[in-house]
Design a protein. Structure first.
Length: 95
């Protein structure tokens, strides 16, 4: 089944393409598991050269942290939280 993916202007302007693809892949990986929620929440925190991504869902409770070293900060401020809503054949990525 083909899934149409949409992003808001804010996502396009504040997240690098590499980071967008990384988050989409996290959603895809999680959806291969049974009983996943339609709402994916990503909390982003950057320190000097480390990016911490916390991927959460409410039902069932899920939380996984990813630590990326050698992270190069984007010139635009990174949002603190971004979300993906997955419904049927449509994914929406927003801040």
């Amino acid at each position: 089944m083909k899934i149409n993916r949409y992003i808001t202007r804010g996502i396009s302007e504040h997240l690098s393409l590499d980071l967008q693809i990384l988050l989409w892949n996290m959603v895809k990986k999680r959806d291969n598991q049974p009983h996943t929620d339609y709402l994916h929440i990503f909390k982003l925190q950057e320190d000097e050269n480390i990016l911490l991504i916390t991927h959460e869902q409410e039902q069932p409770a899920y939380k996984l942290e990813y630590h990326y070293t050698n992270y190069i900060k984007n010139q635009n401020a990174l949002p603190k939280k971004v979300c993906v809503i997955r419904e049927d054949d449509v994914d929406i990525f927003f801040m």
